[in-house]
Every structure is written in structure tokens, then in C-alpha cells.
Design a protein around this ligand. Structure first.
Ligand code: MG
Ligand code: MG
Length: 271
């Protein structure tokens, strides 16, 4: 999902409060799906839970009918992306795809409420997972929490991103570079692009100033093995090239005068 069209904008406190309402609905959808995650549940059943959550409050699902980056490929057919094990992002929910004991399942969804967007992802363990997958989940969630913390302490994004990359590498894993986070507001994907790494090749537009009013979706994708991904035959699902597992966590985060505010946290600030 990579249609960056709207230019970067800073949001007022009132606009951020409106985005918080959208973010809370996204949190609720993910929480409802989490409660249904178990061996044997289909990814289509999980998708229906998110669809119902959005429908009940009149929120518009942002992923449904999202255009493919490759011309001629079909639009995205579901409300969530559900990506299992070696799948990194953009997995398509299906009635014939069941979760199994020991899987890790990344669930990503977003909605627009009263004209404002929220976007968040969580990777769930299905039953008991092996030690490597447990570590993968804790490192990927950990690097998102590190980013949130650093967003209140650093002045530019690249300072945050380089520490994210180092944290992941220090744990022996790799950061996906083919997909990145994004600005978010009236549209799900706005400028700037928000990489989870920083190098000499990083364009200046991706080393933006962290200032009050900035709202971005930060979404590290971490692989156990190589960082490279490939597109599967369905035209959407991205999987690791070496077939090793991947995890993905995402929050929509605003910078305010009081520091970072996670707009897709739970009602009591649960991350
Ligand atoms: Mg997302
Ligand atoms: Mg996103």
C-alpha cells in the first residue's frame, strides 16, 4: 500500500483529537480480533470482526478496494491485511486460510472516522510459538516502543530510525526496507515516508523534523533472516525471500507539545 499523494501537513490539537477517535476504533477492531485468534480460526473470520467493528460506528474501512501499486492488478479485497509466518505484510484474508498452533499472524487495519484516519498493526502468537518467534514478537514490538520513546527525545526522524535499525540488528534480525511507514491524516498515506532505518542513501525528505502537529504511522517490519521480500502470485502478499518468519507492529503517533501521543493506543493508553 504505497500511494503517497497528499503533501505533509501539521495538525492542530483539535484535529489530533479527531484522529484519536479514529485510532480508538482501530484499536477496538484489533482487540476484538485478538480475542478470536486461536488455532482453526480463518483469516476471513477475523476480517469480518474488523468489518463489523467499523460498520457499527459508521467508520470507513481504509484497506478495502485499495489500489494495487502495480497497474492492472486487482484492488485489495478485504478490511484487514493478515500475514502469517513468512508473510511480511499485505496478506489477503481468505475463508480457506486457517491459523494453526505455533503460527505468528500479523493483523493490520485502518479506518476513517469523521474524515480522519487511523492505522495500526499487531502480530499475534497463535497458541504457543517457538522461542525464535517469541523473540521476534518481543523485538518487533520493542522497536516500535523504542521509536515512540525516542520521538519525544530526538529532533529528526533519522536519529530515531537509525536507533531502531541498530536495536533490531543487535538482536540478530533484519529490518525490511522495501516497505515503510507514512504520514497520516485526511488520507491514510500522506507525506512523509517513514523508514525504519537510516543510511547515507536516505533522501532528505525521509529525515524530517519531529515537531508538534506531525502525525505519522510508524510500522517496523522485522525479519528473522534476510531483509528482502518478494511478491506472491496473488499480487498483494509480501513474503520473506528466505521463507523465515516476519513480524509487524504499527501505531499512528502524533507529536504534541507534551510529547508523543499514540493515537491507536487503548482507552487507557495500552500499547
Ligand atoms: Mg497499517
Ligand atoms: Mg500504515
Amino acid at each position: 500500500m504505497s500511494a503517497f499523494r497528499s503533501p505533509r501537513q501539521l495538525r492542530s490539537a483539535r484535529e489530533i483529537a479527531a484522529m484519536r477517535e479514529a485510532g480508538l476504533i482501530v484499536w477496538r477492531a484489533l482487540k476484538s480480533m485478538e480475542q478470536a485468534v486461536r488455532p482453526g480460526v480463518t483469516t476471513a473470520e477475523l476480517d469480518a470482526i474488523a468489518a463489523k467493528t467499523f460498520e457499527d460506528v459508521g467508520a470507513e474501512p481504509l484497506f478495502l478496494n485499495f489500489p494495487n501499486a502495480t497497474p492492472g492488478w486487482p484492488v485489495f479485497p478485504a478490511v484487514t491485511c493478515i500475514s502469517i509466518n513468512e508473510e511480511v505484510v499485505h496478506g489477503i484474508p481468505r475463508a480457506d486460510r486457517k491459523l494453526a498452533e505455533g503460527d505468528v499472524a500479523s493483523v493490520d487495519t485502518g479506518c476513517k472516522l469523521n474524515g480522519w484516519c487511523g492505522d495500526s498493526a499487531v502480530t499475534y502468537a497463535v497458541g504457543t510459538v517457538d522461542a525464535e518467534k517469541q523473540k521476534l514478537l518481543s523485538v518487533t514490538k520493542g522497536v516500535l516502543h523504542l521509536a515512540i520513546d525516542l520521538m519525544g527525545k530526538k529532533s529528526r526522524w533519522c536519529e530515531v530510525a537509525s536507533e531502531m535499525e541498530r536495536f533490531v540488528k543487535d538482536h540478530g534480525f533484519s529490518v525490511v526496507e522495501d516497505f515503510v511507514g507514512h504520514g497520516i491524516g485526511r488520507e491514510m498515506h500522506e507525506d512523509p515516508q517513514v523508514p525504519n532505518f537510516c543510511s547515507k542513501r536516505t533522501p532528505r525528505s525521509q529525515d524530517f523534523k519531529l515537531e508538534p502537529g506531525l502525525v505519522i504511522a510508524v510500522e517496523p517490519m522485522v525479519n528473522v533472516g534476510v531483509k528482502s521480500v518478494k511478491t506472491m502470485p496473488d499480487g498483494w502478499t509480501q513474503a520473506t525471500r528466505d521463507g523465515k518468519p516476519s513480524a509487524h507492529f504499527e501505531h499512528t503517533i502524533a507529536i504534541t507539545a507534551d510529547g508523543p501521543q499514540v493515537l491507536t493506543a487503548g482507552p487507557n493508553g495500552e500499547l
